[in-house]
Design a binder for this molecule. Structure first.
Ligand code: DGY
Length: 328
């Protein structure tokens, strides 16, 4: 009897591929070749499962072309690369990797915010360029993080983890905006206060974006929102490209309408607007907020857990659309 076949679309830890091979016929991509959409579709033919990452779009057209596909295990917490209504309409399960990356991503987001506020990247470039000749009272002076107001847009798990760091580690006042307000018992330990978006923009000294990307959150921070921020404020994005209007941000940074920004994600990444490269007041990293060895391993293992469970009659631990399972 032929075994169930799965496709691993991007390079992952070899041990995880070996684990999948204990259950399935596996076609992997150890060289991390960039497959075109047509190539992905061709390789998916006859496969019941796909282990994807956030950079692998799966839409209605691909699902229609691969009717045998039963599950896509996304090795990411964000899943804006998956057209979930199309999955639901076709009874295809989607899974993601929440929880395992929360603290790691919060560490990085908080670090990026600190780097922007204290001009760390700019300072290193200054030193490496041999510009450090003598001490001056105003050399690379930034803004304080401790005691400042931390604004969080999107108060999910990662937003709350960043808020905890700010409130409990740095004595920051935490304000947040989210569709739903946290229960009082979650707000109280960190003194978090729900505010409307206008208040968040006006009051935050350091604004961190941690909301999912969707048509509703597209350009949630554009020219008008940047104009509403304090000229001394920083903006950090560890969520998704497209939440910020990058061209508007470049203009605001160039004209010093906000003090600084720190970005891990970009519209159209891995391409990004070269206008950022000329700006001293932006910290730029290549979508690595969850990139520690332990966390990436945990993400890959959880994606594999989901794939194995979904295709061997088990219960996938972290489904995005569990209603599909209920209907099976
Ligand atoms: C996630 O898990 O969503 C991270 O952004 C990695 O893609």
């Amino acid at each position: 009897m032929s075994r169930t076949a799965v496709l691993v679309a991007r390079a992952v830890f070899p041990e995880v591929v070996e684990r999948l091979k204990q259950h399935f016929d596996v076609e992997a991509n150890p060289d991390d070749t960039a497959w075109s959409r047509d190539e992905l579709r061709a390789r998916l033919a006859g496969k019941s499962g796909l282990l994807a990452t956030g950079s692998v779009p799966v839409d209605a057209g691909l699902l229609d072309a691969c009717p045998q596909l039963r599950v896509v295990a996304n090795m990411a917490v964000g899943y804006n690369n998956l057209d979930i209504p199309a999955f639901n309409a076709r009874g295809v399960l989607a899974t993601n990797t929440p929880e395992v990356l929360t603290e790691t991503t919060a560490d990085f987001g908080f670090g990026l915010m600190l780097a922007a506020a204290r001009r760390m990247s700019e300072a290193e470039r200054y030193l490496r360029a041999g510009e450090w000749k003598r001490w001056r009272y105003d050399t690379l002076t930034g803004s304080d993080v401790h005691g400042a107001t931390l604004g969080i847009l999107g108060m999910g798990r990662i937003g709350q983890a960043i808020a905890r760091r700010g409130a409990l580690g740095f004595g920051m006042k935490v304000i947040y905006h989210n569709r739903s307000r946290l229960p009082a018992e979650q707000e109280a330990p960190i003194g978090a206060r729900w505010v409307d978006k206008a208040t968040l923009l006006a009051e935050a000294d350091h604004l961190v974006l941690v909301l999912p990307y969707s048509p509703e959150s597209h350009h949630a921070i554009g020219a008008a929102e940047l104009a509403a921020m304090k000229p001394t404020a920083t903006l950090t994005n560890v969520a998704r490209g497209g939440i910020v209007d990058d061209r508007a941000l470049i203009a605001a940074l160039r004209e010093r309408r906000i003090a600084a920004a720190a970005l891990d994600v970009y519209e159209g990444e891995p391409a990004f607007d070269p206008g950022f490269l000329d700006l001293p007041n932006v910290v730029l990293t290549p979508h690595i907020a969850s990139a520690t060895v332990a966390t990436r391993r945990a993400m890959a293992e959880l994606a594999a857990d989901n794939l194995i469970a979904a295709l061997t009659g088990g219960t996938p631990p972290t489904p995005i659309n569990p209603e599909v399972l209920a209907a099976r």
